[in-house]
Design a protein around this ligand. Structure first.
Ligand SMILES: Cc1cc2nc3c(=O)[nH]c(=O)nc-3n(C[C@H](O)[C@H](O)[C@H](O)COP(=O)(O)O)c2cc1C
Ligand code: SF4
Ligand code: SF4
Length: 262
């Protein structure tokens, strides 16, 4: 039997939830984190290869770029390849960039689509209180996309928008060191959850407190999952709400380090 795999990246759980929902519909589908797995090689014949990731600054998370450039597709040039990005509303170039990167590698993206989910970038805005309503809406929006993937539908992404690309490139340069703006207050109880949920191992604990290693992805998992709301970005996030996907607890997100979810 041919195999299926989904590579995902997720800060606050939306993409992991979606990846699980897609995987449930595909026989024997593995779910593998792009965050902590490097130099993956696809051994054997895959029926489908999926990528599920959030939109960051109208483009790809840096780690997803790197992963798309490095993944060894093995003998799977003819597999059905799809990408789904979750975003607040504006996916911009997040799909077109993936198509272009795959194209550079002699691969093609058969299907690209976006799903609007809860918008989590607490550095820029407060968290909406309509979590249940927004979750119900995004669950519904996912249904036809999952059907498309089951049926191996084709969907083009369009080309990269140059103006959005200019904005993205400007932002991308500063992302890894943005954690220099993170502060940890006296409310920290040294539980280690921030370290556990960080998808790229950018947090170490020193004397029980998080220190940041400056290869941050800005996924905001540490800010959002901290049970004491002890982590803030400069003076932007104090007093703002916090959001994590209601279906994905920190333990499951933390299991990203293990690579594969059953
Ligand atoms: C650094 C950052 C940048 C973001 N940029 C965008 C954006 O350009 N457009 C958008 O619609 N949503 C944007 N978002 C919202 C996320 O794409 C959205 O909440 C996504 O579902 C989060 O997925 P996750 O829970 O798997 O991390 C951004 C979020 C973060 C953390
Ligand atoms: S999650 Fe919050 S309370 Fe726990 S170690 Fe990290 S900063 Fe401290
Ligand atoms: S340090 Fe925080 S924001 Fe940066 S990648 Fe890790 S969890 Fe995400």
């Amino acid at each position: 039997m041919n195999k299926n795999v989904i590579f995902y990246f997720s800060g606050t759980g939306n993409c992991l939830k979606l990846a699980k929902d897609i995987a449930r519909e595909l026989p024997g589908c593995e779910i593998v984190s792009m965050g902590r797995n490097h130099h993956c090689v696809l051994d054997g014949a895959y029926d489908s290869v999926g990528f599920v990731y959030p939109t960051y600054f109208v483009g790809l998370p840096l780690k997803v770029r790197e992963f798309l450039l490095e993944l060894d597709f093995g003998a799977n040039k003819e597999a059905y390849i799809y990408a789904v990005t979750t975003c607040g509303r504006t996916a911009g170039n997040a799909l077109a960039q993936a198509a272009a990167l795959l194209g550079q590698r002699g691969m093609r993206l058969d299907y690209g689509n976006k799903i609007d989910m809860f918008s989590n970038y607490v550095v820029l805005y407060d968290m909406s209180k309509k979590v249940d309503e927004k979750t119900a809406r995004s669950d519904k929006a996912a249904v036809p996309v999952i059907d498309d993937i089951k049926n191996k539908a084709a969907r083009k992404t369009g080309g990269v928008n140059p103006l959005l690309e200019w904005y993205y490139k400007g932002k991308a340069k500063s992302i890894p060191a943005m954690d220099k703006g993170y502060t940890v207050s006296g409310k920290c109880v040294s539980c280690g959850i921030c370290k556990e949920v960080c998808p790229v191992d950018n947090i170490a604990l020193q004397d029980g407190k998080p220190v940041f290693k400056h290869h941050c992805e800005q996924c905001v998992a540490c800010i959002q999952y901290c049970p004491e709301r002890a982590i803030d970005y400069k003076n932007k996030t104090q007093g703002r709400g916090r959001y994590t996907n209601p279906h994905i607890g920190y333990k499951e997100l933390g299991a990203q380090g293990d690579g594969t979810h059953a």
